[in-house]
Design a protein around this ligand. Sequence first.
Ligand SMILES: NC(=O)c1ccc[n+]([C@@H]2O[C@H](COP(=O)([O-])OP(=O)(O)OC[C@H]3O[C@@H](n4cnc5c(N)ncnc54)[C@H](OP(=O)(O)O)[C@@H]3O)[C@@H](O)[C@H]2O)c1
Length: 289
Amino acid sequence: MDIPHVRLPDGTLLPAIGQGTWHLGEGRKARRDEVDALIHGLDRGLKVIDTAEMYGNGGSEEVVGEALKQRRDDAFLVTKMLPGNTGHNNIVSACERSLRRLQTDVIDLYLLHWRGAYPLEAVMESFGHLRDEGKIRYFGVSNLDIGDMKELRGTQLGRECVTNQVLYHLASRGIEFSLRPSMARWEMPLMAYSPLAQHMGKSHQSLHRDSVLTDIAAHRNASVEQILLAWVIRPYQGHHTTLAIPKATSIEHIDDNADAMTMVLTDHELALLDEAFPAPKQKVPLDLI
Ligand SMILES: NC(=O)c1ccc[n+]([C@@H]2O[C@H](COP(=O)([O-])OP(=O)(O)OC[C@H]3O[C@@H](n4cnc5c(N)ncnc54)[C@H](OP(=O)(O)O)[C@@H]3O)[C@@H](O)[C@H]2O)c1
């Protein structure tokens, strides 16, 4: 079965499930195991690797760099700049530090991690400059709600952002009210972070034990995590517009996530999930971690 792809504005296609890397490079697992897990993910078609200068203070980018040494062409590499890097020279330096840790000449997609005090338009101008210099291929933003996105789209380079990476999972559907429809209108794919809702602490366990979810999973002989991922990447208005970036360091989890790519939920299953986890009927503030 064909795997679903999300389309960037220039037609570049990316498999709808990638790999997150938060907490890698922090010594929670042996570094070699983290590197091997990312390589296994690439072998399984999880091409998009998402990291950030913030994760492990650069440690996550270093692990990703090690994994990509022999596999750079197989990956679509995403990293994020902290908003504390203000001023053009500091933004260029932050990008160059990331490039060094990632052991590469070019970052495929460079994101502003969240909005800071420095004007969005100025960040975009620096990102445009980095793209002109060949240090990044595409740029985008993260954690921007609809108001900030409209402001961004009011700038010339802001309209060239290829994505907004936001929190999105079955128990956090706030973006469906206005952000996601607007992004679809702008033909801007969405990157869904924390698609397995690991940030929810105790509520994470109750989500994963929810009987609607566990029944659908059991009926399909699938895991609850696979249902959560299949739900996040489900087509929207007839197209695949959402790319999920679950983080997994166990080989078993990576295989599970890769297999979820071809899982298509039925209308009946989607209706059951809608009933148990309703979409918002009014604007709610963007969920953040
Ligand atoms: N832009 C932002 O502000 C932002 C914020 C948060 C996250 N992110 C990005 O999004 C990525 C994903 O989010 P996240 O790390 O918060 O959490 P997540 O992907 O929702 O969940 C990760 C957890 O789920 C486990 N897991 C993964 N696949 C599984 C499976 N098939 N079955 C059972 N357990 C599974 C992992 O365990 P193992 O590791 O043991 O396999 C890990 O404990 C991050 O790593 C990061 O790249 C971005």
